[in-house]
Design a protein around this ligand. Structure first.
Ligand SMILES: [Zn+2]
Length: 101
């Protein structure tokens, strides 16, 4: 499936799959019981990381609300081969040429 799935991954989504998301603070507010709900936004793909912490700072809930199109429909977790193909596509997109000696 690797080649089919890879063909449909945007540059931004490929970056996040290869190097993981780049979370930036977005919003946070106090919730019932004295804890906090925090949302961070990925500057690459617009996914949102949602985290709830209690008043002592312990994480009680954490999930990612993925941007539209990020989750590859009908596919389970990416295999090691899929991830290898993503790395190759990523490095080829950012190749700058040989380092001077
Ligand atoms: Zn992302």
């Amino acid at each position: 499936m690797a080649s089919d799935a890879l063909a449909n991954i945007s540059d931004e989504h490929r970056e996040c799959r290869d190097w993981s998301h780049s979370w930036t603070p977005f919003r946070a507010w106090k919730i019932k019981g004295g804890g906090w709900e925090e949302h961070r936004l990925c500057v690459n793909c617009n996914s949102t990381l949602i985290r709830l912490i209690d008043k002592q700072g312990y994480t009680v809930y954490r999930r990612i609300a993925y941007a539209d199109g990020y989750v590859l429909k009908g596919l389970g977790r990416l295999s090691a081969n899929d991830r290898a193909a993503i790395r190759l596509a990523s490095v080829k997109a950012h190749e700058t040429g040989q380092m001077a000696e």
